[in-house]
Design a protein around this ligand. Structure first.
Ligand code: GDP
Ligand code: IMO
Ligand code: MG
Length: 429
């Protein structure tokens, strides 16, 4: 028995969906433990593309799937995702999917608040996905959330909605959004509560049973370590903890035994939305990476900012998420480059930094120090055998491993499921 915790080691969109789908072959269950439908996880199987936001990426293989208490759940988004999978002949039955009773709900007023704040010129624009993620987590910490378990207690539901609206209506009024009444929110909920009911379970009990039966559990992180609310580039972060420790908190499975924390890492770097990005290439290189890597957001379609791999930040992620190995993705995107740069330190006032300072003003004054490696100028795309990789591609991988001190355990050479090279199976940790 062993468990694998998959974590994005950068600013999201590292290719978690592809790797989770690939790994789920060896898993008995796949679990989401934070975030919501701000996530967009893509996997491609025999030319068919699946884009998942709430359902764990193991569902495409029909694996037992869990949505943990740490996830903020938009009922309509879940309904739509299940229906769109049905159109691709993936049926989500109550045997396949279990949803935590404790997951806080994302309501329409959260999404409206998220969008209204982002469209105001005053205050900080984060460049959120506009899905209501931040306001939903705020309500949870503020102890006024509606949770999945509240859907089925009609007597108490109206009081809970009233309590939430007593917070939201004054804010809406201030932002010039019409105030809401309790009954309109009851109607919003009623539309989906019967649909979701069969899936709602006590998931930590189910997970504990699986663990006690020595089953393999795969935990699927969303976003990335640098977007973590505590450890990311605050305030340009998401509103959840995205690091590996959240796998326990967001499921209720206190002790995750024999776990291998796997960091999904793009061979270069991208970011969507605002915030610092020391190795960003606002030039031809960035354009080339974006075009070759098809770097457009899975959820919002926004163009992703692109730059060179930042080993300083990667090393920081390895420490924060206790990563034991990396899955390096999108190596093929670098196939045509003459030279490939990697950032190995920052400099400010003649002082070298091997970490990213917390203060944004300091970050803005850092200069980046690079090492330039020779490109391979050969096709690695679709390669499935390490021995077929060009020497300079192998050198690039070794350089990363030596710098950050953990091995690359998986390599991905295209969006397709099987274009994956395994060095070490994380389930055999
Ligand atoms: P996630 O949010 O971490 O699951 O990543 P996304 O799905 O948002 O973005 C990753 C994108 O890269 C998707 O379009 C994937 O199909 C694609 N992808 C994943 N691995 C590879 C790879 O090795 N090579 C290429 N070219 N594309 C990949
Ligand atoms: P996956 O799981 C990339 C970014 C948004 C914004 C910030 C806050 O597909 O890797 P939010 O809507 O969460 O309040 O937005 O976080 N962001 C992501 N960027 N991949 C994601 O998820 C993201 N989820 C949120 O662009 O900068
Ligand atoms: Mg994504």
């Amino acid at each position: 028995m062993s468990n694998v915790i998959v974590i994005g080691s950068q600013w999201g969109d590292e290719g978690k969906g592809k790797i989770v789908d690939w790994l789920s072959y060896n898993a008995d269950a796949v679990v989401r433990f934070q975030g919501g439908h701000n996530a967009g996880h893509t996997l491609v199987v025999n030319g068919i593309t699946y884009k998942l936001s709430l359902l764990p990426s193991g569902v495409v293989r029909g694996k037992k799937s869990f949505i943990g208490n740490g996830v903020v759940l938009d009922l309509r988004a879940l309904y739509n995702e299940i229906k769109s999978l049905e159109e691709k002949n993936i049926k989500i039955t109550e045997e396949v999917l279990s949803i935590s009773q404790g997951a806080p709900l994302i309501m329409s007023y959260h999404q409206e608040l998220d969008k209204a704040r982002e469209s105001k010129l005053s205050g900080i624009k984060i460049g959120t996905t506009g899905r209501g993620i931040g306001p939903a987590y705020e309500d949870h910490v503020g102890r006024r959330s509606l949770r999945v378990c509240d859907l089925f207690n009609k007597n108490k539901l109206k009081d809970k909605i009233g309590n939430a609206l007593s917070h939201h209506n004054p804010i809406r009024k201030g932002l010039g959004i019409p105030e809401l009444d309790v009954l309109s929110i009851v109607a919003e909920i009623d539309e989906y509560s019967q649909f979701i009911k069969p899936f709602v379970k006590n998931i930590w009990v189910e997970l504990l049973e699986l663990q006690n039966k020595n089953k393999n559990i795969l935990f699927e992180g969303a976003q990335g370590t640098l977007l973590d609310i505590n450890h990311g580039t605050y305030p340009f972060v998401t509103s959840s903890n995205t690091v590996s420790a959240q796998a326990s908190i967001g499921t209720g499975l206190g002790l995750i035994k024999n776990s291998f924390n796997l960091g999904i890492t793009k061979s270069y770097l991208t970011r969507v939305g605002e915030g610092p990005f020391p190795t960003e290439q606002s030039n031809n290189i960035g354009e080339q990476l974006g075009t070759l890597g098809n770097e457009f957001g899975t959820v919002t379609g926004r163009k992703r900012r692109c730059g060179w791999l930042d080993l300083v930040l990667l090393k920081q992620s390895v420490i924060i998420s206790g990563l034991k190995g990396l899955a390096l993705t999108k190596l093929d995107v670098l196939d045509s480059f003459d030279k490939i740069k990697v950032c190995t330190s920052y400099k400010y006032n003649n002082k070298s930094y091997n970490y990213l300072p917390l203060d944004l003003d300091e970050i803005n004054q850092l200069s980046t120090e690079y090492i330039e490696l020779d490109g391979w100028k050969e096709k690695t795309r679709n390669k499935r055998d390490f021995s077929e990789l060009p020497l300079n591609a192998k050198k690039y991988i070794s350089f990363i491993e030596e710098f950050i001190g953990v091995p690359v355990t998986l390599l991905s050479t295209s969006p397709e499921r099987e274009d994956t090279i395994l060095f070490h199976n994380p389930f055999e940790n």
